[in-house]
Design a protein around this ligand. Structure first.
Ligand SMILES: [Fe+2]
Ligand SMILES: [Fe+2]
Length: 223
């Protein structure tokens, strides 16, 4: 079986991820590099593992998480769909079973909140992991800022995010997104303004997994 370790060391994956990050940087968006991909890979796999999914599907979720944003190497617009097709081609070239590559293709093609839906367990875990990664380290300080309109609030929210973590609560079985926001830098309302659609999708993703989605900001349970 193709593993996440195989994917991480593949030269084609490295080249595409390098170009994806270059384009995102030129556009002035928040960081979408190996750091983000690695975190999403880990959290997506951990969520499925913690709810008792078999190891094979956990590994597929980790691979989907690592590759989910490679479509940014082509264009930010429709990056979920373009990335899904790219991932399928790479993984089948590496020798992955067609059905496994299809699972990953579908998950990546549904990870964006604009047109994505939680259509499988792997997709749901990927959505939850991706939307959970809000952190000040993702804000660029030296970008060319081609897209200034929508960037400011995203920057403010990310800059204010001291900590974010999604995990399965072992006691309750709930899927908990725990965020610590510095309210001196950004009011919690700003977070909701840009994350409302994402949180709705997270709730649907948790529903698909048969779990309740809980949002905790600064130790206050909001959803
Ligand atoms: Fe994405
Ligand atoms: Fe992402």
């Amino acid at each position: 079986m193709i593993t996440i370790a195989d994917v991480k060391k593949d030269e084609e994956v490295k080249a595409i991820m390098f170009m994806a990050e270059n384009q995102i940087e030129a556009l002035g968006f928040t960081e979408h590099s190996v750091r983000h991909s690695s975190i999403v890979s880990k959290w997506a796999g951990d969520i499925l593992e913690d709810i008792g999914t078999d190891a094979h599907r956990v590994e597929l979720a980790r691979i989907a998480g690592y590759l989910h944003d490679i479509g940014n190497s082509i264009n930010r617009y429709n990056h979920a769909q373009s990335g899904a097709i790219l991932a399928y081609k790479i993984l089948t070239r590496m020798g992955m079973e067609y059905m496994d590559a299809c699972e990953i293709m579908m998950a990546i093609g549904n990870h964006d909140e604009h047109e994505g839906l939680p259509v499988s367990d792997i997709t749901s875990a990927l959505i939850l992991a991706d939307k959970a990664d809000v952190h000040k380290s993702r804000v660029r300080t030296n970008s060319t800022r081609l897209n200034t309109e929508s960037l400011n609030i995203h920057d403010r929210v990310n800059l204010a995010a001291e900590k974010s973590l999604v995990s399965v609560d072992k006691a309750t079985g709930e899927i908990v997104l725990n965020i610590v926001i510095d309210t001196e830098k950004c009011p919690v309302m700003d977070y909701f303004e840009i994350y409302f659609g994402r949180m709705q999708l997270c709730r649907r993703a948790a529903d698909f997994l048969g779990r309740k989605f809980v949002l905790v900001i600064n130790d206050v349970r909001l959803l």
